[in-house]
Design a protein around this ligand. Structure first.
Ligand code: NAP
Ligand code: ZN
Ligand code: ZN
Length: 354
């Protein structure tokens, strides 16, 4: 077994603290990864604080993992020692259902194996995520990080990047399409960069105009404050696609009114509350309300290669592991520009507190 240092939530709503555990020795198809950086996704906060229910503790969060391969199992063909790799939101799936075969592992009928807060497929090992020194993952669930992308700023692509790339690609964002992103946070800022690179006309719908200069620098053509009611009159019937990244309740009917005929409002943010929608908001304009969940392995690799081609990385603020609890509070307060990334070298210092 491989001794691993990490930070875990021992209980819901408790501060994360040092945690020592073991990773399995590599099986035939496993890759052992020395984790160098891990992004902090708002989903980490939701799960560590048990806002979605059913959290499994102790929990080492983290599913925006970037690192270097240090060992491979005897049958591994895709990776070798020294390769720059990433791991996203899941580390396994059944591999047999129609969705797994189509590369839509995130919709595996038996359930994907989450990178953390899940049971591994042996039914008894708790999966543990990327706020740790090492992870062992089957080569088929590992991504290659292109050489031109720095590992720290590429880490958030593994969740925030793919979560926006997938719906943008599915709903065909591109030249001639008007795309709006609600919420300029970790997911939202990646959405702006990706939609802009795809050639779409991009609008940010943010709570205020505080982040306007950033939004425009990231690639937005337009920027509106949703606290201003005039925004909703002015933009009525404008967009082909709106992606909502907000993790709080919003006025769904008001946003549906911003869609063109046949437009789609896609949910990726996860508020605790249900989504209330009036029938007229949908039937007036044949509008769709849809959802999207991360992306499959093949599409995640496609996204990473797209980012390398267009020079897209995340805007990050790098922190040491002992700043993680403060970072969680700042994520909740929308006070991050635009993703915290933990430098895992900090786990091996005295300040980490082991
Ligand atoms: P984040 O960095 O906190 O960004 C969320 C943004 O939403 C904020 O920056 C803020 O943008 C806006 N916002 C926050 N509170 C708001 C409020 N009360 N009303 C209106 N807008 C508000 O979070 P994230 O990491 O991007 O994650 C966003 C959500 O997506 C989370 O719920 C997360 O669990 C979920 N998620 C889903 C998937 C998926 O596959 N579907 C994957 C990853 C994450 P402004 O300041 O611009 O208003
Ligand atoms: Zn995430
Ligand atoms: Zn499956």
């Amino acid at each position: 077994m491989i001794k691993t240092l990490g930070y875990a939530a021992y209980k819901a709503k408790e501060a994360l603290a040092p945690f020592t555990f073991e990773r399995r020795d590599p099986r035939d198809h496993d890759v052992v990864i020395d984790i160098q950086y891990c992004g902090i996704c708002h989903s980490d906060v939701h799960q560590a604080r048990e806002e979605w229910g059913g959290s499994l503790f102790p929990m080492v969060p983290g599913h925006e993992i970037a690192g270097i391969v240090t060992r491979v199992g005897p049958a591994v063909t895709k990776y070798k020692v020294g390769d720059r790799v990433g791991v996203g939101c899941f580390v396994d799936s059944c591999r047999e259902c129609d969705y797994c075969k189509q590369g839509l592992e995130q919709f595996c009928t038996q359930g994907m194996t989450g990178t953390y807060n899940a049971m591994e497929r042996d039914g008894k090992t708790l999966s543990q995520g990327g706020y740790s020194t090492t992870i062992v993952v089957d080569e088929n669930y590992v991504l290659r990080i292109p050489d031109t992308l720095p590992l720290d700023a590429a880490a958030p692509l593994l969740c925030a990047g793919i979560t926006l790339y997938s719906p943008l690609a599915h709903w065909k964002a591109g030249p001639g399409k008007k795309v709006a992103i609600i919420g300029l946070g970790g997911l939202g800022h990646m959405g702006v960069k990706l939609a802009h690179a795809m050639g779409a006309d991009v609008t940010v719908l943010s709570q205020s105009l505080r982040k306007e200069a950033d939004g425009r620098r990231l690639g937005a053509d337009h920027f509106y404050a949703t606290s201003d009611e005039a925004t909703f009159t002015k933009l009525a019937g404008t967009f082909d696609l709106i992606i909502n990244t907000v993790s709080a309740p919003i006025d769904w009917n008001a946003y549906l009114g911003l869609l063109k005929v046949d437009g789609a409002l896609v949910v990726v943010g996860v508020p605790e509350e249900q989504v209330p929608v009036g029938a007229f908001s949908l039937i007036m304009g044949r509008r769709s309300l849809a959802g999207s969940l991360i992306g499959g392995i093949q599409e995640t690799q496609e996204m990473l290669d797209f980012c390398a081609k267009h020079n897209i990385i995340s805007d990050i603020e790098t922190i040491a592991i002992n700043q993680v609890n403060e970072a969680y509070d700042r994520v909740v307060a929308s006070d991050v520009r635009y993703r915290f990334v933990i430098d895992m070298a900090s786990l091996k210092t005295a300040e980490a507190g082991f």
